[in-house]
Ligand binder design. Structure first.
Ligand SMILES: [Zn+2]
Length: 109
């Protein structure tokens, strides 16, 4: 019974399909942000809903790509300001909506 359950998990294609679709939506949002920001934000929101539905983590590859509060896809120099804080070893992203997010750029020992 346990082996059957494991096989079912491995054969389930939905997480793979959902992850691919999330990445596609984020890429489309980045392409669209300069011409139609409303549509780009809609794409990011859809990607977030899809990731939540399929329990996909927005890990290091995806978390730098958009604002969590206003769903704007980030393009450095266009709608997000990136500053490095050498004291705390963090990159601080300031979104156009005013929200700030910090990401560490060095591994702690
Ligand atoms: Zn924002």
């Amino acid at each position: 019974m346990i082996f059957m359950a494991l096989e079912k998990i491995r054969l389930d294609p939905m997480p793979v399909i959902a992850a691919r679709r999330v990445d596609t939506l984020l890429r489309l949002a980045r392409e669209e942000v300069r011409s139609d920001e409303k549509l780009a934000r809609k794409y990011v929101k859809l990607a977030c809903v899809l990731a939540a539905r399929h329990r996909l983590p927005m890990k290091s590859g995806r978390k730098h790509l958009f604002c969590k509060s206003c769903y704007r896809p980030w393009i450095a120099g266009y709608n997000v300001k990136v500053r490095l804080d050498s004291k705390t070893k963090r990159a601080i992203y300031t979104c156009a909506c005013g929200k700030k997010r910090a990401f560490s750029y060095s591994k702690r020992k």
